[in-house]
Design a protein around this ligand. Structure first.
Ligand code: 9Z3
Length: 318
């Protein structure tokens, strides 16, 4: 049964979603990363972040996008690194990136000044008012880089996302309960199979456009049951209608039998989420005081989940 389910999704993935050319290289990098950190006894988290892009034409001019700035994933990566995890950051090209995201609203050129020249080279000086805490953030970023704790992997299209997530799940599956999946990316539910896609730009001279899209295969199912069955798996549920949010989160948990769903509503996602597990429901709320102190809700989400992950590991090992 399990083999059958994985085989049917595998078939769909290779027939209807173009395999990205870099998937083998990325798999090798992820395997080496997982082996090194696994051998060091470190916990490892795969974070997905940003929205997927679904092309409407093979030579793509137009595409359907899913909304996500990537802030949830990028800031969570920083908190997981602070908690001692190694992080694979599977993110949408050009979405927010750990540490750099703290300066995403800043024009870098406005933050720099030309200083004197040292040894013939022009010196560039950072304007500290424009880039507050830059020394602290830069030092943390450089420490993380030096210790090889962050592996960035990029996707743009839904096809790239699905193939890279499958590859990462098969790699992290070898780490057992020490691996966590934190699936915060905003993923399309609909796509156009490669065989149905027009090659060239759709012509407006043909009149109004009607598009028929298929349902994206539920990749969480083989991930939880076949590829990484002992891992700690967290999915995110996004709604715009608060009244259906918790029902949908519970339904996802019942369907996939993974460990937790982080439920959030688009407009309030920065200040309110509910972490739903099979037998608990925790509301995480950012107060005005938290905001004034610069506390972020991702700090609370990551604390909640790293605690639950530690319990999960000791239960599985004991
Ligand atoms: C989320 O719900 C994330 O929290 C957000 C974060 C995308 C809202 P930002 O990147 O926003 O900080 O701007 N991610 C999951 C969204 C999603 O597509 N979920 C699907 C669903 O709800 C499948 S798991 O059905």
């Amino acid at each position: 049964m399990a083999k059958h389910r994985a085989a049917s999704i595998d078939g769909k993935l290779s027939e209807e979603f173009a395999v990205p050319s870099h998937v083998d290289d990325v798999t090798e990098l992820m395997a080496a990363f997982a082996e090194r950190h696994g051998a060091a006894g470190r916990r490892l988290v795969l974070i997905t972040s940003g929205g997927t892009k679904v092309p409407l034409e093979s030579r793509t001019v137009r595409f359907l996008d899913n909304f996500s700035s990537g802030r949830r994933g990028a800031s969570s990566a920083e908190y997981f690194l602070d908690a001692g995890y190694a992080v694979i950051f599977l993110h949408r090209h050009r979405s927010l990136y750990p540490y750099a995201r703290q300066y995403s609203g800043v024009n870098l050129l406005d933050s720099l000044q030309l200083g004197g020249s040292g040894g013939g080279d022009q010196v560039v000086v950072v304007n500290r008012e424009a880039l507050p805490k830059i020394d602290k953030v830069l030092k943390r970023y450089q420490d993380v880089k030096r210790d090889g704790l962050l592996l960035p992997v990029e996707f743009s299209t839904l096809s790239e996302y699905l193939h890279l997530l499958k590859a990462s799940a098969q790699v992290l599956g070898t780490l057992g309960s020490k691996a966590m999946f934190y699936l915060a990316a905003a993923v399309s539910d609909f796509y156009i199979p490669a065989s149905d896609m027009p090659e060239h730009k759709i012509q407006s001279s043909n009149g109004p456009l009607q598009i028929s899209m298929k349902m994206v295969p539920k990749i969480l199912s083989p991930l939880v049951k076949d590829w990484a069955p002992r891992a700690f798996v967290i999915s995110f549920k996004l709604e715009t209608d608060t009244s259906i949010l918790l029902d949908k989160a519970r339904k996802a948990l019942d369907t996939y039998r993974h460990q937790a769903v982080v439920a959030n509503v688009l407009d309030t996602r920065r200040g309110y989420v509910v972490v739903v597990t099979h037998d608990t429901q925790a509301e995480l709320i950012l107060t005005d005081e938290d905001v004034s102190k610069g506390v972020e809700i991702e700090d609370m989400i990551v604390s909640n989940l790293t605690r639950a992950h530690a319990q999960f590991i000791s239960k599985q090992e004991g």
